[in-house]
Write a protein that binds this ligand. Sequence first.
Ligand code: BTN
Length: 335
Amino acid sequence: MTEKKEEILRILREEKGRFVSGQKLCEELSVSRTAVWKYMNQLKEEGYVITSVSNKGYALAESPDILSEWEIASQMETRALGRKVLYYTETDSTNLRIKQAGEEEAVEGTLAVAESQNAGRGRRGRSWNSKPGKDIFMSLLLRPECEAIHASSLTLVAGLSVAVAIREITGAEAEIKWPNDIVLHGKKICGILTEMSSEESYMKYVTVGIGINVNTQEFPEEIHKVATSLFLETGKTYIRSHLIAGVMKHMETYYGRFCETKDLRNMLEEYNQYLVNKGKEVAVLTGDVNHPQVLYQGIALGINEKGMLLVQTEDETIREVVAGEVSVRGVYGYV
Ligand code: BTN
């Protein structure tokens, strides 16, 4: 049933609002007219606005912002990533669902998507705000054939894919705050949590967890100064499945490039172009978030092929900052 609904949505979307005859749908789906009619009714009940006119057929006028397996699948343009979707109305954390899938030998590219998480996880042991209906909470299973030390580069691959997809779909100028955040107008719209399972020095699988603030209209007091959403910055709401498919499309391209060289050399230019701190003064910090100590300050030059941030200090030395070991901030605030 899932596949038939996916196919119907895909066919209707390809026609971009034009009518598709019932006959054509029957032939393409290899089902009866009555079956097509039943699927259409189910889709209408889910919130799709489908116009049906006798002798003309069916046309998709509007899609709801829902995250069913068939809705997500019908938007996907990839070969492997996001082709298998595990959908949850509510789960603890999509990262945990993908870790379980990883242990159970699920195929590379399996994507867990949840409408809400009751134990959403952020970096450094923090929680991730995961209320239902507005935002994207998803985790991707990757099985790159390389050594464990390269895992952190996948966070950068994902960050670049999110920034490119947001720019393409919304037109908003999303930027990357190295290494894990995507920002818009200086505030965070996306966080990435990459977790790895390794055997000796080899990667078994990697879980790339991505949280995007899409249609949320307000944030809790403690984060509203640094967090924002696509809605708050652009004044428009977005269909989340479209963004999910967009991120997967670009992830497939950049992950493919990563797998060729096991590093970021084939996407350096794009990454550095989107880097919010490039050419600006940053502070490299250590210690916990609430009591950070400044190690040194300098100008951020961009990343190298290993994903390290290059910071030029006052004495002209170029230092290589390793993600995870320290944090980097703009000297005047979050970016
Ligand atoms: C950060 O702290 O910036 C990283 C946040 C990552 C949140 C996402 S939401 C989907 C996935 N599941 C989780 O529990 N966390 C990640």
